[in-house]
Design a protein around this ligand. Structure first.
Ligand code: MN
Length: 231
């Protein structure tokens, strides 16, 4: 398709975009993940999440330990180091999670450490109404993800999160109710998994609030740690 760069624009931000003859607005700039030892990037297609996949976390939320699926929009993915405190909440929670990155045929290409940021007050309000969770889960920058490591998915190993050096969450990947491959087979009952899809696989107990200036460090044995500061 014929494309024309915007020329003569005084905006450095706009000058990165191309406008086609048939699209009326610029195509969105989709996020991608950095890959360990590779200059290329992993472009993100969709973000699937599973809730209540560790029994101790389901218990602390007062919920049955029955896995449920939800999604975040692609532009929830955040790969920077300074994450702005989101609007419309006074109870932003951290949830450290193993993230699967899918390739051809929905097979696992690699893994990363992620945090499922949650506006717990808004999620709670929607739960009380039996409504959808989007306002609590699917906001901008709600899915920080670290460096992607290619290779097999770890089936066991420590998963933890510290805030300002103090441990808040701690568990083991082996405690997942649905192990990573089962998460994928369940998801595949409802969706055709595609290259570029990410899957957040649930969080262990210890979720809690974040404040501005908090330093978050999320770690999983064998994967590059994820660190960011709330601003
Ligand atoms: Mn979660």
């Amino acid at each position: 398709m014929q494309q024309h760069a915007i020329s003569g624009s005084t905006s450095p931000r706009l000058s990165r975009y191309f406008i086609t003859m048939t699209d009326i607005i610029p195509t969105a700039d989709l996020p991608s993940l950095p890959i360990e030892g590779d200059e290329r990037r992993f472009p993100v297609r969709r973000v699937f999440c599973i809730g209540r996949n560790y029994a101790d976390h389901a218990k602390e939320m007062g919920a049955a330990a029955e896995a449920i699926f939800f999604m975040k929009p692609t532009d929830a993915v955040f790969t920077g180091s300074r994450l702005p405190y989101p609007q419309a909440t006074s109870d932003l929670h951290h949830e450290v999670e193993l993230v699967l990155a899918l390739g051809d045929g929905g097979a696992i290409m690699g893994c990363a450490v992620g945090v499922d940021l949650t506006r717990r007050d808004l999620q709670g309000a929607m739960k009380a109404k039996s409504g959808p969770w989007e306002i609590g889960k699917a906001f901008e920058n709600s899915a920080p993800v670290g460096l992607l490591r290619f290779g097999p998915v770890p089936e066991r190993g420590k998963i933890s999160l510290k805030v300002n050096g103090v441990r808040r969450q701690s568990g083991d990947l082996s405690e997942m109710i649905l192990a990573p491959r089962r998460v994928l087979s369940e998801l595949a009952r409802y969706f055709t998994l595609k290259p570029g899809d990410l899957v957040f696989t649930g969080t262990p107990a210890g979720v809690g609030p974040l404040q501005r200036d908090d330093r978050v460090k999320a770690e999983i044995d064998g994967l590059p740690p994820l660190e960011f500061t709330i601003t």
